[in-house]
Each structure stands twice: as structure tokens, then as C-alpha cells.
Design a protein around this ligand. Structure first.
Ligand code: KIV
Ligand code: ZN
Length: 506
């Protein structure tokens, strides 16, 4: 069986999704989970893009041990050297250097001739290879590139030292047959084809990213690239979990395996969804809430008699066993710590103390605490450690058909309390106005979304908000049993990020 390498770009291409803005701590949490998920390579970011990106690539490189960590870089010396600095402490660093090769991109974006692009490839890949043990080269907009020129550019990259060559469908333009044929064409027309691993990178503009990736595997790709839940630029990237499960379920057809730990699929998807605020559609393949729900009577009857009648994937395969009762009111610190370790959390002492206190409070109010509750709780509590302000007290006064009012008390990292009150047309508006007064924000709420973590009246609420101030957008989330409290926490989370941005700009 062929072994297909999985390159995850949730933290780079995925983070380019409109409205997604992860802080360094959130990126680290995702990186750790990607390690558990078993990806071979993770693109931690684009180190030269900003100071923040540089820091998070560096943080991830220090922590991740079992996965090769990669940074993106334009084919420019300064980008390549910046990535080198960011990845210095990685166990297995690699560089992803790219330049566009299509006529459209070369003419309008790069304003470079074919010759200039070829010599830039030569120089940038050579420099990259002098600094990194593994170099991946991408011919951006490959699927709209003249095939003969693409073959020439790739040959140049391999001769200059590229170990991996990526053929991105940057604008989601190709289809499975065409993409398959492109890989076959390159096999025949790139003399050094066998000296590199060929990779596919698909975007979902025409809804074919997964199908295109699978076609590329058939065509000769040894590496696939994508993101968790398919998040990414515009319509997103290929969803890694779909490809991993497709290879597993149809191994009879693809005869290809991966190192993906399928049992970690659901946990990985939930974490990425919560931290990015990108809600997974209910009917999404593999990880949607309805992916294993059988609604029609005929189907239910069939599944009850024999699951394989209508179920090609078992929920257990992808770790879809949530709503399992895992802990209760009487569970002690030991049981809690053990369960956390089983779920893959390595919590520092302060994180553990805080999470345990939050668990006890929740257990007093909620009858059954599920695995999903624990993930949400940890997410909410550990993210608080990084926050500049915390909601200490919240009082909302509701009157039907009238003006709502709220009083909010926040605590900053030095332990100072800050309090204010405000009114609004709704309770959430009143709370948000009070928080804006306290934090002296002049921002706009551009997105507000609420999700319940589990079913039932006592379910935890997860609120995601996006704020915009002076052209900068940040996101925040809050988890609490009460919707108003979760809303306040989300606003304070995002508001704190805005304050930090304002300070770092000065
Ligand atoms: O879609 C794309 O072309 C990319 C490149 C940087 C590989 O993301
Ligand atoms: Zn991309």
C-alpha cells in the first residue's frame, strides 16, 4: 500500500479564512491537537507576514516534536531568512517557498517574465536548501499555468534542491479528471519527477477540493494538503478529515494509507471549529452533527437490523462518541486530571486548578457532564489565562418592550476591578455597551454567533464574536452555562485583543 503524507495548513491557509483570527495560545492548542491527529507536516504560519505570525511559528516549532513544522515564504531572501529564524528550534523544520507561474499572475501580480520567474525559483530554492533540511516548492496557480512552462519551472525547482513540489489549485478551478491528467503530464514531462514528492493543494471554489485531491493521489501525488473542516481562503481548502476517511473506507480502491489517527477526527474538528468560530454545517461529511443520523423510517429499520445497510463509516471510527457521561458531581480532582490526560490535555498546574474549579461549579448545576462539555470547559478556562480582563460579575435587568440595562464588573490582570453600567435595546447590547465603556473601545460588532455544546436545557453555550476597530478585526469566544455570561466573556475576550493591538501599535 502507498503511504500518503498529510500536510495540514489549518494554521496558515485556514487562518486566512475571512473573520478567523487566532491568538498564539489558540494556535498552540490546535498544533498540539494536530500532532495527536497524526498529520505528518503542519504549516504553522507565514513567519514573515507579521511579528505575531513569526512568534507563533516559533512557539509551535518549540513545542511540536513528532510532526515536521513548516513556514510559508515568498521566493524572497528576507522571507526565507525570517522563516529560518522562526524555525530554528524545530525538531524537523521545513520551508515552503512559493511563486506564481500562471501567465495571469506573472503579468498582473508579479510583473515578471517567465525567465525572471525561473531564475527566482532557482535562487530562492537554492538559498532555502542551504538553510533547511527539507524544502517544499509551490508553483502558485499551477492549474492555470501553461503545462510546458509548469514542467520547466518544476524541473528547475527540483534541480535547485526542492524535496517536495506542490501543484496548487489556488483558485479552485480544476476538476478531478483534469487534475489527474496534470499529474500524469508532469510525470511524463518533468525529467526529475521521481526525485521529489509531488503534493496537491486544492481549494473548494467549485466544490471539488476533496474529489480533486483524491484524483491527484491516483495521478501520482504522494502528499495531500488541506485543513481541518475545510476552512480557508474564500470557499476553503480540501478537508483533511474527508480525505483521510475516504482513503480508509475505500482502501480497496485507492490502495493508499496515511498516518492519521482517525479516532481523533471529531475532537480535532470540534477544537478548530470552536477556536475559529467557523461552525461546522450539520450535513458536513464526516464531522457534521447529522453525519451519522438516520432519519427516514426505512433507513432506521435497515440500520437497526444491520448497521452496514446504510452506514459506511462507523461513528466510533472518527471518535464520534460524545454525549458519553464522563464525570459527575462526585468526581474528584484525581478522576478529573486522569480524564483530562485521556482527552489529550497537558495542563499546567494553574490551568488544571482553574479548570477543576470550573468543572466543580458546572457539576453543581449540570446533571451530566459529557466529553464535549469538558473540551468546551477547558477551552473557556485555559483561554482565560491569556486574557487581559475577566468577567467577575454581570447583572442584566430585562423588561419586556423596554430598554434593557446591565452592570458589568471586570478584573484586569493586576487584580483591579473595573465597573460600569449601560443600557441597550436588548440585554446583550446593554452588556456590550457597558463593556465598551469599561474598556474604552470604539469598535463595531461584525459577527455574533451562539452554539449549544450539547443538547438539553442545561447545555453549555458557546458564543463567538468578531469585532472591528480601525480596520482591524479580532475574534473572541466565551463559554458559560448562561447565554448572557457566555456573550459577555466572548466580548471581553475579543475586546482584550483589541486593547493589546492598540498597545502594540504605539
Ligand atoms: O493556494 C495556494 O496556492 C497556496 C500557496 C501558497 C501554496 O496556498
Ligand atoms: Zn492555498
Amino acid at each position: 500500500m502507498r503511504q500518503i503524507l498529510f500536510m495540514d495548513t489549518t494554521l496558515r491557509d485556514g487562518e486566512q479564512s475571512a473573520g478567523v483570527n487566532l491568538n498564539p495560545q489558540e494556535k498552540l492548542q490546535i498544533a498540539r491537537q494536530l500532532e495527536r491527529f497524526g498529520v505528518n507536516i503542519m504549516e504553522a504560519g507565514f513567519a514573515a507576514a507579521s511579528e505575531g505570525d513569526f512568534q507563533s511559528v516559533r512557539d509551535i516549532a518549540k513545542v511540536v516534536k513528532n510532526v515536521s513544522v513548516m513556514s510559508l515564504a515568498r521566493a524572497k531572501e528576507s522571507d526565507i531568512r525570517t522563516a529560518y529564524e522562526a524555525l530554528k528550534e524545530a525538531v524537523a523544520p521545513r520551508l515552503h517557498v512559493f511563486i506564481a507561474t500562471s501567465d495571469i499572475h506573472m503579468k498582473y501580480k508579479l510583473r515578471m517574465s517567465r525567465e525572471e520567474v525561473l531564475s527566482t525559483i532557482r535562487e530562492s530554492v537554492k538559498l532555502s536548501k542551504s538553510l533547511f533540511p527539507v524544502v517544499q516548492f509551490s508553483a502558485e496557480d499551477a492549474t492555470r499555468t501553461d503545462y510546458a512552462f509548469l514542467a520547466q519551472a518544476i524541473e528547475e525547482a527540483i534541480r535547485s534542491g526542492a524535496d517536495v513540489v506542490n501543484i496548487p489549485d489556488t483558485v479552485g478551478y480544476t476538476n478531478p479528471q483534469e487534475y489527474y491528467q496534470l499529474f500524469q503530464y508532469l510525470k511524463q514531462h518533468v525529467p526529475s519527477f521521481d526525485k521529489a514528492i509531488f503534493s496537491c493543494h486544492c481549494h473548494d471554489d467549485l466544490g471539488m477540493a476533496t474529489a480533486n485531491s483524491l484524483a491527484a493521489i491516483e495521478g501520482g501525488a504522494g502528499q495531500i494538503e488541506g485543513t481541518i473542516n475545510g476552512i480557508g481562503e474564500r470557499a476553503g481548502n480540501a478537508a483533511l478529515e474527508e480525505i483521510a476517511v475516504a482513503l480508509h473506507i475505500r482502501k480497496d480502491y485507492y490502495n493508499a494509507a496515511s498516518s492519521i489517527v482517525l479516532k481523533e477526527t471529531k475532537a480535532t474538528s470540534s477544537l478548530v471549529s470552536r477556536l475559529t468560530g467557523m461552525i461546522v454545517p450539520k450535513n458536513k461529511a464526516i464531522v457534521g452533527a447529522n453525519a451519522f443520523a438516520h432519519e427516514s423510517g426505512i433507513h432506521q429499520d435497515g440500520v437497526l437490523k444491520e448497521a452496514s445497510t446504510y452506514e459506511i463509516i462507523s461513528p466510533e471510527l472518527v471518535g464520534e462518541e460524545q454525549n458519553k457521561l464522563v464525570l459527575g458531581k462526585h468526581s474528584g480532582r484525581h478522576a478529573f486530571t486522569d480524564r483530562m490526560a485521556e482527552l489529550g490535555y497537558e495542563l499546567a498546574e494553574d490551568e488544571r486548578d482553574r479548570a477543576f474549579r470550573a468543572f466543580k461549579q458546572l457539576a453543581d448545576r449540570k446533571k451530566e457532564i459529557t466529553e464535549e462539555d469538558l473540551h468546551a470547559l477547558i477551552l473557556g478556562e485555559t483561554s482565560l489565562l491569556d486574557q487581559q480582563y475577566e468577567v467577575k460579575h454581570l447583572q442584566a435587568h430585562f423588561v419586556s418592550n423596554g430598554t434593557q440595562s446591565a452592570t458589568v464588573v471586570l478584573e484586569d490582570q493586576e487584580g483591579n476591578t473595573l465597573e460600569d453600567a449601560a443600557t441597550g435595546a436588548g440585554s446583550i447590547e446593554a452588556i456590550y455597551n457597558a463593556i465598551e465603556r469599561i474598556l474604552k473601545l470604539d469598535c463595531r460588532l461584525v459577527d455574533y454567533r451562539i452554539q449549544s455544546i450539547t443538547q438539553g436545557q442545561d447545555a453549555l453555550a458557546h458564543v463567538h464574536v468578531e469585532l472591528e476597530q480601525a480596520g482591524k478585526r479580532v475574534s473572541g469566544f466565551g463559554v458559560a452555562q448562561d447565554v448572557l455570561e457566555a456573550s459577555a466573556r466572548a466580548y471581553v475576550h475579543a475586546g482584550g485583543k483589541l486593547k493589546r493591538l492598540a498597545v502594540s501599535k504605539r
